[in-house]
Design a binder for this molecule. Structure first.
Ligand SMILES: C[S@@+](CC[C@H](N)C(=O)[O-])C[C@H]1O[C@@H](n2cnc3c(N)ncnc32)[C@H](O)[C@@H]1O
Length: 272
């Protein structure tokens, strides 16, 4: 397992794997080979001790909402292709019948995902899908521009669904904004789903506790925050914007844990 920001991909994978009822991701448990799963569970347990014990709830709900959004786009246009930045071990290309998908992440993660996807496909665990795994540092403006031109060529006029889940808050403010709106540079983006931390939550105790854990795992502590109005301006359109309490009401009919006790992760969806 990796240290640094890539470790967060393992952490949130474990969160989805713990709540398949909520995440509706039957592949989450398969991404990590059995022999590595105890270490990932240990990582999660330590995180739960230091930060909060409900990451399974927050991560499963955000992923469920994004999957529902992507499914709605596919119902509108089955030719839609998927682009996911900071894809980690998310399963959207295998959960939904995308004609093709392109996943970008830091080099070690892109490679780990490519290798494991090939193994799981060969074993018949994952369905056959046309997925490209690209090593990209989203902090690098030239790499983002290259990714955009690659997507334009690859999508070839097909509508693109763009996902940036659990990643923009790790990026410096300007980059976070550029990655939030990266979909607009693809030319045919139909929907963007981006998760973010609202500026109003910058003083959250859970985020403060998370910074302690980040320090212990060599994850940069700096975080970027956004506001609803900023997102509306960035996307140039009204957005759907749902926080962890909204998502609990939506999928559990009630709020089990109030937002003050959770990582305040919101999902903004812009239909363009
Ligand atoms: C919390 S994980 C989320 C993974 C996935 N989207 C999910 O929800 O399961 C954050 C992901 O962002 C990736 N990431 C962080 N900084 C990045 C950067 N500068 N460029 C590309 N990917 C990055 C990490 O490697 C990791 O896979």
């Amino acid at each position: 397992m990796h240290s640094g920001v890539e470790a967060t991909a393992y952490l949130v994978n474990e969160s989805r794997a713990r709540r398949p009822d909520l995440s509706q991701d039957p592949f989450a448990g398969a991404w990590i080979p059995d022999q590595e799963r105890p270490a990932v569970r240990g990582l999660w347990n330590k995180y739960a001790e230091v930060t909060y014990e409900h990451d399974d709830l927050v991560v499963s709900l955000r992923g469920r909402y994004i999957a529902d959004t992507l499914a709605a786009q596919l119902r509108k246009d089955p030719d839609t292709v998927l682009v996911s930045c900071g894809a980690g071990f998310s399963s959207y290309p295998w959960l939904l019948p995308f004609a093709a998908a392109l996943e970008a992440d830091l080099p070690v993660m892109a490679e780990a995902k490519r290798d494991r996807a090939a193994e799981l496909t060969a074993a018949g665990v994952l369905p056959e899908r046309d997925v490209r795994h690209l090593p990209v540092d989203l902090n690098d403006a030239a790499a983002r521009a290259e990714l955009s031109s690659l997507v334009r060529e690859w999508a070839d006029g097909r509508p693109v669904a763009y996902v940036a889940e659990g990643v923009v808050f790790y990026l410096p403010a300007r980059t976070a904004r550029a990655v939030t709106t990266l979909g607009a540079t693809f030319g045919t983006c139909a929907v963007s789903a981006v998760s973010y931390w609202p500026a109003a939550s910058a003083g959250s105790q859970v985020l403060a506790d998370q910074r302690d854990w980040f320090r212990s795992r060599s994850v940069p502590e700096e975080a970027s925050f956004l506001t609803h109005d900023e997102l509306v301006t960035l996307f140039g359109t009204e957005i759907e914007d749902r926080g962890p309490e909204d998502l609990q009401r939506r999928y559990l009919d009630r709020v089990i844990v109030s937002e003050a006790g959770l990582i305040p992760e919101y999902v903004a969806v812009a239909w363009t």
